[in-house]
Design a protein around this ligand. Structure first.
Ligand SMILES: Cc1ncc(C[n+]2csc(CCOP(=O)(O)OP(=O)(O)O)c2C)c(N)n1
Ligand SMILES: [Mg+2]
Length: 586
C-alpha cells in the first residue's frame, strides 16, 4: 500500500480538496473554501495546512465565528445544499461561538462542516489557555456543547481516525435526510502529528446528491387520494428548492390545476405571477393561500417541516386530508399525515406518471386565481409609497426594494418584523430569489448570510433587509464583504428597537417594556457606523429617496448600507392566521 507521510491537518485538507460534486453534468469542488479565525488550537496545525493548499482551497478571514458559520450556511443554502463551506476556529470561545450557527444549520437542515480546534489529546500541558476543565470529566471540552446541534460529532484523537471519520462526514453532509452540522473536533497536538496515510484517501471522489424514488405503494395511495379530490392544494417547502424541483412543481401544478402555497423556506419555488401561485401560507400567509387551505379537501405538502408558522399552530391543516411528501421519514410522518417518502422531483415525476388525465375541477382553480389576484391588489396597496412626511412601514420599504429588484436579484433576511412582511408581500420575480432563514430566525444572520449567498451567486444583486436590532447584534461581516469584494446592498430599517417583539408584547396583554429604545436613548448613527466598516452608506428621509439610493447602490461595485427610519407600530394586518403564543398573566 502506497502511503504519504502527512500531519493530520495536512491529510484532512488534502482530502477536502479532492471532494468533487456533479452539478448539472459539471464537476465542481464540493468545498468552496474554508472560513477561518485562527488562534492557538488551529493556527499552527490547520493554519499551516490551509496555507499550503491555498491555491486549491481558499481560506477566508472573517470577523466573528458565528457570523462566518452563518455565511457558510447561506453559501450552502444558495447552492441548494450541493456545495459546502467549512469553518475552523480556535479552542474555547472561538469554538463556542459556533454553537448558535450550528443550531441554525441543524434546524434548517443545511450542510455545515465545523472544524473547531480542541485541547491537547495528550493532556501534557493541561490546563491550557481557554481550557474549560470540566471537573470530574476530563474527556469533556467546550466542543461537547456542539453535540446536540450536530448531526455528526467526532473528535480526532489519533491521526489515523481520519480514515474512518472523513468519509462518514461527507456521507452525512450530502445525505438529504441526515444533513446538517458536522463537527470534527481537532485536538491541537494531533493536528500536527504525522502519520503514513494511504494514498487512497486522497484520490478524487465525485459525489452526487442521491435522489430517493418513492415507494410504489405510497405513490398509488396518493394517486388514489388525489383522483378523488375536488379541492386539492400544494404547500411547497424548502425541500422543493433542495431537490431542484421548482420548475417541475410549476408544470405539475398548472397541468393538474392545483394551486400552490409556499412556506418561508419554499418561497420563490414559483414566481409571483405563476398562475398556480397563492403566495405564503400560515401565520404570515396571504389571504389567498389561507382561505384556500381552509376550504381544501386535500393538501399535498412537499418538503416542509410543518413549523407552527406554516400550520398556524396546528389549526390550519386539520380539515383536509394531509399528505406529506418528504425525503425524510421524520417530516413525512408529522401531523399524522399520509406519508410519501422520497425526493420531491422524483415524487412529482412518479405522480405525474400515474395520474393520467386527471386534473382538479376548473372551478377550484379559477377560485384560487381570483383570490391570488385580490391579494396582488392588497400588495400594491400596502407596499405603495407612503404620503410625504409619513414615517414608512416595513411593508412600504419592502415595496421599494421589491420594485427595484430584478428577476436575478436575491433578498436575504432572518429575524424581526421583516420576515412576516416579506413572506406575505414580497413578489418573487425569479426562482430561488428569496432567502429567509426562518427555521431558527436568528438575529444576526442577515448580513453574514448575505455575504455567504453573494459568494455562492454569480448573478444579480444581493439585497439584505435588516432591522436595527439585528444590525446591532451582528454587523461585522460588512467589513468582510468590503474586503473580499462581495458586494451587498443592505437596507437597514431603523424603528429604534425590537419593533416586532414590542408589538407581540402588547398583543399578549403586556405593557410595552424593554423592547423599543426610550426617547432619551442616544441615536445610533448607522450610516457613520457602516462607513467606518468600509461600506458606502447614506441615510434617506423617505421611500422616494430610498428608491434613488438603491439606484446609486446598484451602480456601485462595493457594499452599500442605506438607512431609513421606520414606523415600529404598524405591521400589515391583511392576511395572516392564528399563532399560539402564551399571553400575559391574567
Ligand atoms: C439571536 C436572537 N435573539 C433574540 C431573538 C428574538 N427576537 C426576534 S425579533 C427580535 C427583534 C429584532 O429587532 P429588529 O432587528 O430591529 O427588527 P424589528 O423587530 O424592529 O422589525 C428579537 C429580539 C432572535 N430571534 N434571535
Ligand atoms: Mg427594529
Amino acid at each position: 500500500m502506497s502511503t504519504t507521510r502527512l500531519t493530520m491537518a495536512q491529510a484532512l485538507v488534502r482530502f477536502l480538496v479532492q471532494q468533487r460534486i456533479q452539478i448539472d453534468r459539471e464537476e465542481v469542488p464540493l468545498f468552496g473554501g474554508v472560513f477561518a479565525i485562527f488562534g492557538h488550537g488551529n493556527v499552527a496545525g490547520l493554519g499551516h495546512a490551509l496555507h499550503e493548499a491555498r491555491s486549491e482551497l481558499p481560506t477566508f478571514r472573517a470577523h466573528n465565528e458565528q457570523a462566518m458559520a452563518h455565511a457558510a450556511i447561506a453559501y450552502a443554502k444558495t447552492h441548494k445544499r450541493r456545495r459546502i463551506m467549512a469553518c475552523t476556529t480556535s479552542i474555547g470561545p472561538g469554538a463556542t461561538n459556533l454553537v448558535t450557527a450550528a443550531a441554525t444549520a441543524h434546524v434548517n437542515r443545511i450542510p455545515l462542516l465545523l472544524l473547531p480546534g480542541d485541547v491537547f489529546a495528550s493532556r501534557r500541558p493541561d490546563p491550557v489557555l481557554q481550557q474549560l476543565e470540566a471537573f470530574g470529566s476530563p474527556t469533556l471540552s467546550v466542543n461537547d456543547c456542539l453535540k446536540p446541534v450536530s448531526r455528526l460529532w467526532d473528535r480526532i484523537d489519533r491521526p489515523e481516525q481520519l480514515l474512518v471519520a472523513l468519509p462518514e462526514a461527507i456521507r452525512v453532509l450530502l445525505d438529504p435526510v441526515e444533513t446538517g452540522t458536522v463537527t470534527l473536533c481537532l485536538p491541537q497536538d494531533v493536528q500536527a502529528e504525522r502519520w503514513d496515510y494511504p494514498n487512497r484517501l486522497f484520490e478524487k471522489r465525485v459525489h452526487t446528491i442521491r435522489r430517493a424514488p418513492p415507494d410504489p405503494f405510497e405513490v398509488e395511495r396518493v394517486r388514489a387520494a388525489l383522483a378523488k379530490s375536488e379541492r386539492p392544494m400544494i404547500i411547497a417547502g424548502g425541500g422543493v428548492h433542495y431537490s431542484g424541483a421548482a420548475d417541475r412543481l410549476s408544470r405539475f401544478a398548472k397541468q393538474r390545476r392545483i394551486p400552490v402555497a409556499e412556506t418561508q423556506a419554499g418561497k420563490s419555488a414559483l414566481t409571483h405571477d405563476d398562475p398556480a401561485a397563492l403566495g405564503a401560507i400560515g401565520v404570515t400567509g396571504t389571504e389567498a393561500a389561507n382561505s384556500c387551505a381552509k376550504e381544501a379537501d386535500l393538501v399535498l405538502a412537499i418538503g416542509t417541516r410543518f413549523s407552527d408558522f406554516t400550520t398556524s399552530s396546528r389549526t390550519l391543516l386539520n380539515g383536509p386530508l394531509l399528505i406529506s411528501a418528504n425525503v425524510g421519514p421524520f417530516d413525512a410522518h408529522k401531523h399524522d399525515a399520509l406519508p410519501i417518502v422520497g425526493d420531491a422531483h422524483a415524487i412529482l415525476d412518479a405522480l405525474d406518471g400515474v395520474l393520467g388525465e386527471w386534473a382538479a375541477p376548473e372551478s377550484w382553480w379559477s377560485k384560487a386565481r381570483t383570490r391570488s389576484k385580490a391579494w396582488s391588489e392588497t400588495i400594491d396597496r400596502v407596499t405603495a409609497q407612503p404620503p410625504a412626511g409619513q414615517r414608512p412601514t416595513d411593508a412600504q420599504v419592502l415595496g421599494a426594494v421589491n420594485r427595484a429588484a430584478g428577476d436575478k436579484d436575491l433578498v436575504v433576511c432572518a429575524a424581526g418584523g421583516l420576515p412576516g412582511e416579506l413572506h406575505k408581500l414580497w413578489r418573487s420575480k425569479g426562482p430561488g430569489t428569496y432567502h429567509l432563514e426562518y427555521g431558527y430566525s436568528c438575529m444576526g444572520y442577515e448580513i453574514a448570510g448575505g455575504l455567504g449567498a453573494r459568494m455562492a451567486r454569480t448573478e444579480g444583486e444581493v439585497f439584505v433587509m435588516v432591522g436595527d436590532g439585528s444590525y446591532l447584534m451582528m454587523n461585522s461581516e460588512i467589513a468582510t464583504s468590503v474586503a473580499t469584494g462581495n458586494k451587498l446592498i443592505i437596507v437597514l430599517l431603523d424603528n429604534r428597537g425590537f419593533g416586532c417583539i414590542n408589538r407581540l408584547q402588547k398583543a399578549t396583554g403586556n405593557a410595552p417594556f424593554n423592547n423599543l429604545l426610550p426617547e432619551a436613548a442616544p441615536v445610533v448613527d448607522f450610516a457613520a457606523h457602516a462607513a467606518s466598516l468600509g461600506a458606502s452608506s447614506e441615510k434617506v428621509a423617505s421611500v422616494a429617496e430610498l428608491e434613488a439610493a438603491i439606484g446609486r447602490a446598484k451602480a456601485r461595485s462595493k457594499t452599500s448600507v442605506i438607512v431609513i427610519d421606520t414606523d415600529p407600530e404598524n405591521g400589515t394586518k391583511e392576511g395572516g392566521a392564528w399563532w399560539d403564543v402564551p399571553s400575559g398573566a391574567r
